[in-house]
Design a protein around this ligand. Structure first.
Ligand SMILES: Cc1cc2nc3c(=O)[nH]c(=O)nc-3n(C[C@H](O)[C@H](O)[C@H](O)COP(=O)(O)OP(=O)(O)OC[C@H]3O[C@@H](n4cnc5c(N)ncnc54)[C@H](O)[C@@H]3O)c2cc1C
Length: 378
């Protein structure tokens, strides 16, 4: 079917689709290959839908730059193309003196990263905004919001398709071989196996990106690409509590920021939920352990005293593709052309965990720069 592609993107999650929309052009043959029967069925549909503001990530990291940039681009896209969103704002609430000191560190980091509008609130100022939240101080982030991630992916698909990108579902990449002028890619679809060549190959395979990198002959242990799966569960809260807070309410994150802490988020219909928790797991399964209800309750009742144990119900779970090992240091996104491994034009995106949804349009710009040899401007 395709004998010579210019750019082939593996994975139709929000990241692969954002890249497809960004690199799409009538002058190029661009393909997206997706092993599932539809787009966005893995990480991109099992997440919080928060447009993050960029406060958590180390200064200078790709996570920080792309989160701040992606935040701005997402709001522009939402406004211009009617993608559902709400700029709710968020509070990060301190409940101890130690956490109050940590707010200063977070504030400085966020400001260093270029996050707009951050400020510290006293207890009284916090209570004026959110009378049902308990704490002794908070950071207000006005640029945090929520987005309809399904509509965002549909927007990227429409943009890509109008410039000629083809998306092949139920098409799994099973082989990658370096050739003189690009890569021979072998795929498996309902009818069997076939191969084609592509000049540039972009690996956006989410939870399977390490295995795809391995297909190209990369030693993933040596490269530091081995993923650790980390489950995040969500519990819903009784609808009678939906209006008790107006903003997203987050705790001060634990040290080493494996996640941002179990927080309150809303969907676009205004339903409140708590999550995501953090449990490293060996395999991908989305079952929720009801015994974790106590952990959810204990995590939030310090700052949300109106939550009752009996009203929490298991809702859904997602899996993070972490480079960070349990107890290990925070790791940045890996987004690179693998020329120094003898694989020019093979672009790997590894460990695209949160804030990958927020960052997706900025990641796409960055990858386009790698393909076209142009450097990324923040
Ligand atoms: C619990 C949780 C909460 C989160 N909350 C937020 C949040 O609030 N805000 C935020 O900004 N980010 C959040 N994130 C992060 C964000 O969801 C992800 O960074 C983003 O969705 C990753 O998108 P992706 O396209 O890389 O991966 P995916 O959506 O998983 O897409 C990868 C695709 O590749 C396909 N694929 C894999 N292997 C192959 C193969 N061999 N051949 C063909 N196709 C293949 C898969 O089927 C899949 O569809 C959260 C993540 C989790 C897990």
């Amino acid at each position: 079917m395709w004998y010579k592609a210019d750019i082939t993107i593996i994975g139709a999650g929000v990241v692969g689709l954002a890249i497809a929309a960004q690199v799409a052009s009538k002058d190029r043959a661009v393909y997206v290959l997706e092993k599932n029967e539809a787009f966005g069925l893995e990480i991109s549909s099992r997440q919080s839908g928060v447009i993050h503001c960029g406060i958590y990530y180390p200064e200078g990291s790709l996570k920080a730059k792309m989160c701040v940039d992606g935040n701005r681009i997402l709001y522009e896209l939402c406004e211009r193309y009617g993608i559902g969103y709400r700029r709710l704002g968020k509070l990060i609430v301190a409940t101890s003196d130690e956490e109050t000191r940590e707010l200063q560190t977070l504030l400085a980091r966020g400001q260093g990263n270029g996050t707009e509008g951050l400020r510290i609130l006293s207890k009284q100022e916090m209570k004026e905004l959110e009378p049902n939240v308990e704490g002794i101080a908070a950071i207000l982030s006005p640029s945090t919001g929520i987005i309809d991630s399904y509509a965002l992916m549909k927007y990227f698909i429409a943009r890509a398709k109008e410039a000629g990108v083809q998306i092949a579902y139920q098409t799994k990449v099973v082989g990658i071989e370096k050739k003189a002028d690009g890569y021979k890619v072998t795929v498996e679809d309902g009818t069997g196996k076939f191969s084609f060549t592509t000049r540039t190959l972009v690996n956006c395979a989410g939870l399977h990106c390490d295995k795809v990198a391995e297909l190209a002959g990369i030693d993933i242990a040596k490269a530091g690409y081995k993923l650790h799966y980390c489950k995040g569960e969500y519990f819903s809260v009784s609808s009678s509590k939906n209006t008790l807070v107006k903003r997203l309410i987050f705790p001060v994150p634990p040290p080493k920021v494996t996640g941002v802490g179990i927080h309150v988020t809303f969907d676009l219909e205004g339903r409140m939920r708590l999550g995501p928790s953090i449990h490293y797991v060996d395999s991908i399964d989305y079952a929720i352990d009801n015994r974790h209800k106590q952990l959810f309750y204990d995590s939030v009742r310090r700052f949300l005293p109106f939550i009752e144990y009996g009203e929490l119900e298991p809702e859904m779970a997602g899996i993070r593709p972490k480079l960070q090992e349990p107890g290990g240091d925070i790791k940045d996104f890996v987004i690179r052309d693998e020329s120094d491994k003898g694989l020019p034009g093979f672009i790997n995106l590894i460990g695209i965990e949160s804030p990958g949804l927020t960052a997706s349009p900025a990641i796409a710009k960055y990858v386009r720069g790698l393909i076209e040899g142009v450097s990324y401007r923040h």
